[in-house]
Design a protein around this ligand. Structure first.
Ligand SMILES: [Zn+2]
Length: 199
């Protein structure tokens, strides 16, 4: 994996948060990879997360002139979106699935007709962000921007024609065990611990 220099700082911040692990990992797909994101760890160290969110907030501030809300899907991105909203001086709300359907958590007021920036932790296929957009559309909430901390598609996924802003865009190679270079080097294989969603 090669990274542009600006990504190095971000990468260091992710490593400081212990969310980005380097080694030899068995993914749920059965393939092996050199990198693994334990994304729940992003919220385990708020001080480390704050440094990452500062960069994200600065990017949103530069790129999105006007909006009212930061919206994040439950649960992993709530802390991230909340922190971003705090830094940006905006309101915050989150969506959650109720009976399989993405909805704005009841009790939040005043979203209808406002403008929103969506903040998610990791972009893989964009499925959940798509659901958030559909949910916001029902409330006549235009989407002013879409941001993620990590874009695992490395820029390949655009959602409804909108680009997705990210701090770190990287495509992580995953290998079948038979052709895994880390197996070939005899590096011990780790199966990462319990996580809702392997990346
Ligand atoms: Zn391997």
């Amino acid at each position: 994996m090669t990274l542009p220099a600006e990504n190095e700082t971000v990468l260091n911040l992710f490593e400081d948060s212990d969310a980005l692990l380097n080694g030899h990992f068995k993914l749920t797909s059965g393939k092996h990879s050199e990198w693994y994101f334990e994304k729940i760890r992003l919220i385990e160290k708020p001080a480390a997360l704050e440094k990452i969110v500062n960069l994200l907030a600065a990017k949103i501030r530069r790129e999105v002139p006007e909006f009212d809300y930061v919206i994040s899907p439950a649960y992993g991105a709530i802390a991230i979106g909340f922190l971003a909203a705090l830094k940006l001086g905006k309101k915050f709300a989150f969506t959650q699935r109720a009976d399989e359907k993405m909805t704005i958590r009841s009790g939040f007021s005043g979203l209808d007709g406002s403008r929103a920036v969506i903040v998610e932790d990791i972009l893989t296929t964009g499925g959940s962000i798509q659901e958030v957009i559909a949910c916001l559309r029902e409330h006549q909430v235009p989407v002013a921007g879409i941001y993620v901390l990590v874009d695992r598609s490395a820029g390949a996924v655009a959602i409804e024609g909108k680009p997705v802003g990210s701090l770190l865009a990287l495509k992580v190679e995953a290998y079948e065990p038979e052709v895994c270079p880390f197996c070939a080097k005899g590096i011990p294989l780790t199966k990462p611990g319990a996580s809702d969603k392997k990346v």
